[in-house]
Structure formats: C-alpha cells, structure tokens
Design a protein around this ligand. Structure first.
Ligand code: GRF
Length: 193
C-alpha cells in the first residue's frame, strides 16, 4: 500500500514512449480534488514521443533521456525524481525495461498498465496474439512492477469482449478507452480511496 499523507497530493512521475493518451488521462485525473496524485514529471526515452506535448499543454516538466546507456539514463532519472520528491511512478506505454536495481530502489512504488488480461499475453503484440488465439476476451491490467516483465501484483483489470470483426487495431482502440478509466481507478485503489 502507498501511504497517502492526508490532503496533500503525492508527487507522481509518468514515463512514456509514445502517444501518451494514458498520460493525459492521468493528468486529468490528477487535477481532480479527490485525486491522491499530482503529476510533477514526465520522462521519455523517445524525443519524438507525441505524448511530450502534454508536458507543454499542462506545464509539467519533462526530461527526454538518451537510453543508449541505460545506467546513465537511470542515474539521471533517479536524481530528477529526488529533486521533485516523486513518490510514485506510473509507466504508461514506456517501452524500456527498468533495471533490477532501479525497481528495487522504488519497490512497491512503480505501476504499469498493460493491454491484456495478465498473466495472459505478457510482452508485445498482445492484441494480435489474443485475436489469433481466438480469445473471447482481452482487456487491460494495472499492476505493480517487479523485476519480471509484466508479472508484478495485479491491482485492477478490465475485460473487453473480442468480436469477430475485431482487428488488432480496433481491439487496441477499445482497450485503450478502458485503460484511460482503469489507471486512475487503480491509483485510487492503492491509496484506499
Ligand atoms: C497502452 O496500450 C498501454 O497499455 C501500453 O502501451 C500503450 C500506450 O498508449 N503499455 P498511450 O501512449 O498511453 O496512448
């Protein structure tokens, strides 16, 4: 459980690599009065990540890291996280695997959203794999991050029905809509709200 300190919101960093639609939904959630988080930092490994625009729009500082050297990149992240007094990290479409040391440092404080009903379909291409296996349902999962990929304790899941006409693209779109609701709910849940 992450301890909330009464009315004061807890500083949160969101890590992205792409379009950042989950980032935007988290920013909107964070602005609600009863939200436990305040997003103070956006981190990306990709200078071209479309989601970086939300940093500008909502005036949140962002850093783009050169991930050619992961150790140096993570050192920078850790120092920025200390500067900004970040207490919770939300991975939202962040396409890098954090080192074991980094995860250990923030044990129980890193969350991720994954577009499948974990433990099914860990890793990439989840939608196509679910369709190819003729699954009736897929969905999304918010979980704590541990040192094994997509394997930490599950916080919340949402099922989405797969229909015959679904393609990986249409399924991704349907699931993404649910992700935008699930991530804020999962954050409220870990703060017992
Ligand atoms: C989402 O489907 C998320 O579950 C996965 O990557 C996608 C990111 O989308 N990890 P966005 O960048 O939040 O729009």
């Amino acid at each position: 459980m992450v301890q909330s300190t009464g009315l004061k919101k807890i500083n949160c960093a969101v890590f992205i690599s792409g379009s950042g639609s989950n980032l935007e939904s988290l920013i909107q959630f964070s602005k609600k009065k009863n939200s436990p988080i305040s997003i103070e930092l956006i981190i990306s490994d990709n200078p071209k990540a479309i989601g970086l625009k939300f940093g500008k729009i909502y005036k949140i500082s962002n850093i783009v890291l050169d991930y050619n050297n992961k150790k140096i990149a993570e050192k920078k992240i850790i120092s920025e996280i200390k500067n900004k007094k970040i207490k919770i990290i939300c991975l939202a479409g962040f396409m890098r695997i954090l080192t074991k040391d980094f995860i250990k440092n923030f044990k129980g404080k890193i969350l991720n959203i994954h577009p499948s009903l974990l433990p099914q379909y860990k890793g990439l291409n989840t939608h196509q794999r679910a369709i190819s296996n003729r699954e009736k349902y897929s969905g999304c999962t918010v979980h704590f991050v541990n040192s094994k990929l997509d394997s930490g304790k599950i916080i919340l899941q949402k099922k989405v029905r797969i229909v015959k006409s679904d393609t990986a693209k249409s399924l991704a779109r349907k699931i993404l809509t649910q992700e935008h609701k699930l991530y804020p709910k999962a954050i409220s849940k870990i703060f017992n709200l």
